[in-house]
Design a protein around this ligand. Structure first.
Ligand SMILES: Cc1ncc(COP(=O)(O)O)c(C=O)c1O
Length: 458
């Protein structure tokens, strides 16, 4: 038996994979990687078009990040953040305070995005109990339909994807979910340039009625990623900030996907020049190298937690690996590389290149729409020329297309029949051409094949 075959057996027998039906699982085992390229145990190379689940920011085995982790390893791999500190986590907190919007400057570390959202939810709740003018009746949250904030019970409660959370409904707490502010789902009477206003009026209605009970609005700013890369209308985020200020409600933004340049600006909040009350970061924070996340807040919230140890004001929350020095060293090296390699300055050209590819993809007969912000793009399929009909879900056309791209050396992962491109920002123009061309050809081939099997409606 080959080494790969043995590993594949152990993988199937013992490794229960995330969001994976193990009955259908076909092992693909990464052995090593370099830049945007992954190599499996059989020697196949794949372009990592999903940034290893939306988190690898500057390529695999980035020399600066690798060196920083090695250097840190010679000092200390882990120390606790409970009542004590470590050098890279301190330096990182200071750097994050400098680059995050407005006066956000107090960083609470976690190890994954879901936990960062839990921290935000608990901070908000406790804040209203003990702030200068306590409002203990403010205990409720507003979130968005189709939102995804993680898989722990708190983060799932503010999530809105029924197929992920439906079965756990009885375990979740009540949250008011507003309709996804998706400009494609406007009533016919509303013009597209009134989309933000329309969705904001729904928020305002709830706030006007119940702001006394509402602690915070929680949302993914600009792009709801797991929803299928749904883009909010311009002006929506700014409007949410204005309304939350007006009604004395906190705003938590989850930039776990959108953070660190993927949308073309450092943070999605920067596009609309807003400062949330709590900003959640994860995934790309450590360059996508090591588990690290954070919830960052401003002095007004932070100061509500200050007092003596017996005052009962302490935020009683913590994660064993929060502020891990190896992860913090990786994060610092990621910020250095973003600056030194002027990554944000390289993005407009790459984004324009991607726009040109999407324009070509949009010409395909079974593509209804493409969307793009920075280096995040989504492609919607259609089974009919008018673009109004989806392929039957059970055909899993998105998955079939990604299987085809994989056979051509490009790794992608669809969100149902929405195809998603979210490569490391370090992708070269040639690699971006390759990714886009392979995807374009694969969409064309598979959608034509599938469409031919469908009986035309009478
Ligand atoms: C917007 C958003 N928030 C939170 C999370 C949860 O992060 P994690 O998987 O690190 O817990 C995700 C994961 O994809 C996400 O997309």
């Amino acid at each position: 038996m080959s080494e790969h075959a043995e590993l594949a057996d152990w993988d199937r027998d013992h490794f229960w994979h995330a969001f994976t039906q193990m009955d259908e699982y076909e092992p693909l085992i990464v052995d090593h990687a370099e830049g945007v390229w992954l190599t499996d145990t059989q020697g196949n190379r794949f372009l990592d078009g999903i940034s290893s689940m939306w988190c690898n920011l500057l390529g695999h085995r980035h020399p600066g990040i690798d060196a920083a982790i090695r250097e840190q390893l010679d000092r200390v791999a882990h120390s606790t953040s409970l009542g004590m500190s470590n050098v890279p986590a301190i330096e990182l907190a200071k750097r994050l305070a400098a680059i995050t919007p407005g006066d956000l400057q107090h960083v609470f570390y976690a190890s994954d995005g879901s936990s960062a959202v839990e921290i935000a939810l608990k901070t908000v709740f406790q804040y209203w109990q003990q702030c200068k003018n306590p409002r203990p009746e403010k205990t409720e949250y507003i979130a968005l339909d189709q939102a995804y904030h993680g898989d722990t019970l708190g983060s799932a409660s503010v999530g809105g994807i029924e197929r992920f959370n439906g079965i756990f409904g009885p375990l979740l707490f009540d949250v008011t979910h507003l309709p996804t502010p998706d400009p494609r789902r406007l009533p016919e009477t509303i013009a597209s340039d009134q989309a933000a206003e329309y969705f904001l009026s729904q928020l305002e209605q709830v706030l006007a009625e119940r702001h006394e009970q509402i602690a915070a609005v929680v949302l993914e700013p600009l792009i709801q990623a797991a929803a299928g890369m749904v883009f909010h209308p311009p002006g929506y985020l700014k409007g949410v900030r204005e309304l939350t200020h007006r009604y004395n409600v906190l705003l938590v933004t989850d930039e776990i996907v959108t953070g660190f340049g993927r949308t073309g600006r450092m943070f999605a909040c920067d596009h609309e020049e807003i400062t949330p009350d709590i900003l959640c970061l994860g995934k790309s924070l450590s360059g996508g190298y090591l588990p690290m996340a954070a919830a960052i807040t401003h002095p007004e919230i932070y100061s509500a937690f200050l007092g003596s140890s017996t005052s009962g004001r302490t935020l009683l929350h913590g994660h064993t690996f929060g502020g891990n020095p190896l992860a913090a060293a990786a994060a610092l090296a990621t910020l250095d590389a973003l600056e030194e390699e002027q990554i944000l300055a390289t993005l407009p050209d790459k984004a324009a290149q991607l726009t040109r590819h999407l324009a070509k993809i949009e010409q395909l007969p079974h593509v209804a729409e493409t969307r793009q912000k920075g280096l995040i793009a989504a492609i919607e399929l259609t089974s009919t020329p008018d673009g109004n009909q989806s392929f039957p879900a059970e055909l899993r056309v998105g998955a079939q297309i990604c299987k085809e791209t994989l056979s051509r050396g490009v790794m992608l992962r669809p969100l149902r029949d929405t195809l998603v491109i979210i490569p490391p920002l370090s992708i070269s123009p040639e690699e971006l051409d390759l990714l886009s061309n392979v995807l374009c050809e694969s969409i064309d081939k598979i959608t034509r094949q599938v469409a031919n099997t469908l009986t035309p409606s009478p």
